[in-house]
Design a protein around this ligand. Structure first.
Ligand SMILES: [Mn+2]
Length: 388
């Protein structure tokens, strides 16, 4: 049996105010092309289908179009679960009916749910055990009796315990589809910053060895494609696209899994070329604007770190002339001494003196008459507004 494993689609993601919907449409078209070429027996989506619990209408339509293309166009059955970014109930809507076709979507974690059984053209049947992300509050209700009830690890282990019972009753090979923080050898720093808080306070990661009974474990949650066991039988497919500048070095794509009647799963990473790459660059503004070697970043989503002191004016506007998709501007930390700290307890200072000091620190020169005039006008406006 051959399976294409994808995770963390985050459809509807907005990065620094820029919608990535067209990039996602492009990447999903590449997935469809991969499915047409490889003719797998299943497509697995391991959670975080959407970026938000209440996704935009456009994001919902994009997923709907994609699923129809996969199901009707390619004839590939789908096994999908909700991740922590998804609303389990919204994602699970209609799943009781959709699964009469070949679209198996599991929203809420449910210990009584039976695995999805799919059969390939050689007659090999595989059970897909689905473990959507379990909200800790829900976990407390579902697994109140287990040892670390209410924690992320506790709920995943409890669901795995039930899956092991089901596995014991089935003669078939088993695949686990799960959205969770699973720990092989990788450090916790791999966890996306936005999602790290979920696992603080002793919630903890699930050890990769907890999935030993499965022929393959299709993980979602961490955005870098990675094997957690030798040979890759427990594996994060990684996100569909680079979703933060921390992921600039990742090679995103899909995992192609082959399962025989026995023996270990074989896995293969297939890169997906993005519509626009997402990259970091560093240098002075002049260097970035002139260096011919940077031409390849002109069409990319960019985070630029500027090393200039003093900081040039309108840096973002100037950067945009060459790099229209620059999304983030950072400054190399100054070594010119401590920064000014504005504290609410600071004694009342003349605003103009404060402005002069700020300007001096920021630009390394006193304000021009023109700048002072602009400031005085703005201050007068602010005072009028305050008095009004
Ligand atoms: Mn996630």
């Amino acid at each position: 049996m051959r399976i294409v494993h994808l995770a963390d689609l985050h459809l509807g993601k907005v990065l620094h105010g820029t919608s990535l919907l067209e990039d996602q449409r492009h990447a999903l078209a590449a997935v469809v092309a991969l499915l047409r070429g490889e003719r797998p027996d299943a497509l697995v989506l391991a959670g975080d289908l959407y970026d938000r619990a209440l996704p935009s209408a456009e994001a919902v339509r994009l997923l709907d179009d994609f699923l129809r293309e996969v199901h009707d166009g390619c004839g590939v059955p789908v096994v999908a679960i909700a991740g922590n970014h998804d609303s389990a109930d919204h994602v699970g809507f209609g799943s009781w009916l959709f699964s009469r076709g070949a679209l198996h979507v599991r929203g809420r974690a449910d210990p009584d749910l039976e695995p999805v059984t799919l059969t390939d053209k050689y007659g090999l049947s595989v059970d897909f055990h689905t473990l959507p992300y379990v909200d800790p509050e829900v976990a407390r209700v579902l697994f109140g009796d287990s040892e670390d009830a209410g924690t992320h690890r506790g709920s995943v282990l409890a669901l795995l315990h039930r899956a092991a019972e089901q596995r014991g009753r089935s003669p078939r090979r088993a695949v686990c589809v799960v959205h969770a923080l699973v720990q092989g050898e990788q450090p916790l720093s791999e966890c996306p910053r936005s999602e790290r808080a979920l696992f603080l306070g002793g919630a903890g990661a699930v050890p990769a060895r907890a999935f030993e009974g499965f022929a393959y474990t299709a993980l979602g949650h961490l955005h870098r494609p990675q094997d957690l066991t030798e040979g890759g039988s427990v594996r994060y497919a990684g996100s569909l696209l680079k979703y933060s500048f921390d992921e600039a070095s990742h090679d995103k794509g899909a995992t192609l899994v082959s399962l025989e009647a026995e023996g270990p799963a074989r896995v293969e990473h297939r890169s997906i070329a993005p519509r626009r790459d997402l990259c970091r660059v560093r240098g002075s503004l002049e260097e970035l604007l002139r260096d011919p070697a940077l031409a390849r970043f002109e069409g990319a989503y960019l985070s630029a770190e500027l090393t200039d002191h003093p900081r040039p004016l309108q840096a973002m506007d100037r950067l945009h002339k060459r790099f229209p998709y620059a999304l983030e501007l950072r400054w190399t930390k100054s070594s010119e001494g401590p920064r000014a700290v504005l504290s609410p307890k600071a004694p009342r200072v003349d605003p103009e003196a404060l402005f002069q000091e700020f300007y001096q620190r920021f630009r390394a020169e006193p304000p021009t008459d023109e700048a002072l005039a602009v400031f005085r006008e703005a201050l007068a406006d602010a005072r009028r507004a305050e008095g009004a």
